[in-house]
Design a binder for this molecule. Structure first.
Ligand code: TRP
Length: 377
């Protein structure tokens, strides 16, 4: 565990299930057990693949949130994106999961773009960041989010409202807490010390605007947990609920590492990749759970669970029966790795085409998606 480093701005090490469990225990979150999973699946009439395979594996107060929901209380979802580059498939998947939650519970969703954060922590110009902010929002919304229940917060645009609420959090947050939790030191810039206050605001902003407390559920990857640990500590002190959360592991990259790298273009599939590029990347780089030779594969079968192509296919194909059939054919050796790859290629290309086809409509309606500071929903 020595070599494991995990905070919102730095992640390194090899993450396996043992490590994830230890992190969750150290952080003070909880694993999603079968009972909670069953309960959630009962409310959503089935489970998303990310819940089945425990990509979303931990939580904070998800049980309490479901209690409240079953008692007729409303809640909303909040998630976000740091716009420091183009989005690849691995970045989009958690948004598809969040959309699934939104559709199943019929609730509003707030998405924060932390352009201020990326300016503070990355060596990028304001111009570069605002370009990524715009294109990231369009990419996310093109997954099919509706303006009526999806609300984009861009830190630099909603700055006044965010700032006026962030100071309420900052008043209760000491520099020593920030140092302890995030591992910041005296040589980090002061903006980083303040920033977590900005990321906490969407977790209570709706309550401020509506002048009544509304519960919030935040899906995020485990590296963001520090922010919400702090938010959960401070929000009750200023009159709001602790936000609940549902927490994911890191998605494996195309080549099967523990995190999809944004720096190496060949290591991920981008929305802008054409059909040929997608096929090339999958055939050449996609980590396979199959055997070295066709003979061995026919004899012993593959391990679909670690196979990038199978896992991506499973996320994008909504017909569970089809997925089940592919799983058993691939597992048994009836299906070869090359065939699995071709299937994933056509599934991914179909998905990317559908997403790209939505772009123009989203761009036209861009303003309708922006969080309305007077009247949130
Ligand atoms: N800080 C996150 C990032 O860099 C973006 C973010 C803001 C976020 N609010 C969030 C992520 C809420 C998950 C949930 O990616």
């Amino acid at each position: 565990m020595d070599e494991i480093k995990i905070n919102p701005w730095e992640v390194s090490g090899n993450f396996d299930d043992k490590v994830y469990t230890k992190i969750v225990n150290d952080f003070g979150a909880k694993l999603i057990d079968d009972k909670l999973l069953g309960r959630l699946g009962g409310l959503t009439h089935g489970l998303h693949p990310f819940l089945e395979d425990k990509t979303f594996f931990a939580h904070r107060d998800l049980d309490l949130l479901l209690d409240a929901f079953e008692n007729g209380e409303e809640f909303y979802l909040y998630t976000g994106r740091g716009p420091s580059g183009d989005m690849h498939l691995g970045h989009l998947m958690p948004f598809l999961f969040t959309k699934w939650l939104q559709d199943k519970f019929g609730v509003h969703l707030v998405i924060q773009l932390t352009d201020d954060e990326k300016y503070l922590v990355k060596d990028l110009s304001e111009g570069q960041i605002s370009k990524f902010t715009y294109s990231n929002v369009v990419d996310i919304l093109s997954l099919g989010f509706q303006p009526a229940n999806t609300h984009i917060i861009i830190d630099s645009i909603h700055a006044k409202t965010l700032y006026n609420n962030a100071i309420k959090v900052a008043r209760h947050l000491t520099a020593s807490t920030v140092k302890g939790v995030f591992g910041l030191t005296d040589s980090d810039n002061v903006g980083k010390f303040f920033f977590t206050s900005m990321q906490s605001v969407p977790a209570f902003l709706v309550s401020v605007m509506k002048k009544k407390n509304v519960r919030c559920l935040i899906p995020y990857a485990i590296d963001q947990d520090d922010h919400f640990k702090i938010a959960r500590d401070i929000l009750p002190k200023i009159g709001f609920y602790k936000p609940a959360s549902i927490i994911s592991k890191f998605l494996p990259s195309l080549a099967g590492n523990s995190k999809m790298s944004a720096s190496d273009k060949s290591s991920a599939i981008y929305l802008s990749d054409d059909a040929k590029t997608v096929r090339h990347k999958i055939v050449k780089y996609a980590f396979s759970g199959g055997r070295d030779t066709a003979d061995e594969q026919r004899k012993y079968g593959a391990n679909p669970d670690v196979d990038f192509s199978f896992n991506t296919y499973k996320l994008l194909e909504s017909d569970k029966k089809k997925v089940q059939k592919i799983y058993s054919d691939y597992r048994s050796g009836k299906m070869l790795s090359g065939e699995m790859k071709e299937l994933a290629v056509s599934e991914i290309n179909g998905f990317l085409e559908r997403v790209r086809a939505n772009r123009a409509a989203v761009e036209e309606k861009f303003a309708d998606y922006l969080f309305d500071e007077e009247n949130p929903f």
